[in-house]
Design a protein around this ligand. Structure first.
Ligand code: MN
Length: 232
């Protein structure tokens, strides 16, 4: 095969905090409704039946500090602050020990959402893709190795819009732990390095507008930031 007909946009590489090394981004899996208080604010009772997932294309992710236009097709664009887990070793049908050992590290992430479209599609029993998998729709801060940060315990997870606190919780409120999620998700996929899992958002989601600056953090991890510019 000779030349390619065309090039494609590059998938971002996530920096690793304090190191001259990058984490190549493969797939992005997101857990739905992993904090009971957020499920309640969405009008749904969280259950412990099993976690569920949706995916977002890695090519649609951007790194922290991005300034992106207010997206098309929505009048209710929401932030969701989340803890993201980066897989560092292949794992399939994981035991709890294998699940813990497969984690490379953690980062702060924003799961940006066209809420009006997500809810409309949900009500019509259609896939959520237009609500969730939008361009610039995942925002990622640098990763911190699990050996540096530890594991999710009682770290505070928070988000501010223009300096005003909107989400403020603890990662211990997660219904499904990181090990639970990796054990379950690896029953459906051969998880491998490059796979990033967003573990769900706490209560307090809300809309943002052009000009807003969104800043989110989790104790011990570099914060994630996004600024919304005018719509194209
Ligand atoms: Mn989410």
């Amino acid at each position: 095969m000779g030349k390619l007909l065309f090039g494609l946009p590059e998938t971002p590489v996530v920096p690793v905090e304090g190191e001259e090394i990058g984490y190549s981004l493969g797939r992005i899996f997101c857990v739905g409704r992993n904090y009971a208080a957020h499920a309640a604010e969405m009008g749904i009772e969280a259950d412990r039946e099993a976690p569920f997932y949706f995916t977002k294309a890695a090519v649609n992710a951007v790194l922290t500090g991005a300034v992106v236009p207010y997206p098309p097709g929505t009048e209710n664009f929401h932030y969701e602050m989340e803890l993201a887990v980066a897989i560092g070793a292949p794992v399939f049908r994981a035991t709890r020990e294998a699940a813990a050992a497969s984690v490379f590290g953690y980062c702060c992430a924003l799961d940006m959402t066209r809420r009006d479209l997500q809810i409309r599609e949900r009500q019509k029993q259609r896939p959520w893709d237009v609500g969730k998998d939008l361009e610039n729709g995942t925002v990622l801060a640098p990763l911190t190795r699990a050996t540096e940060w530890g594991r999710p315990e009682k770290q505070r997870i928070w988000l501010e819009v223009n300096g005003e606190t909107r989400q403020d919780a603890s990662v211990e409120e997660m219904i499904w732990s990181v090990e639970d999620i990796i054990c379950h998700l690896s029953g459906f996929y051969h998880l491998r390095p490059g796979d990033l899992i967003l573990t769900g958002t706490p209560a307090g989601v809300g809309a943002v507008q052009t000009g807003d600056r969104i800043l989110g953090g989790i104790d011990g991890l570099p914060p994630v930031e996004l600024t919304l510019a005018a719509a194209e």
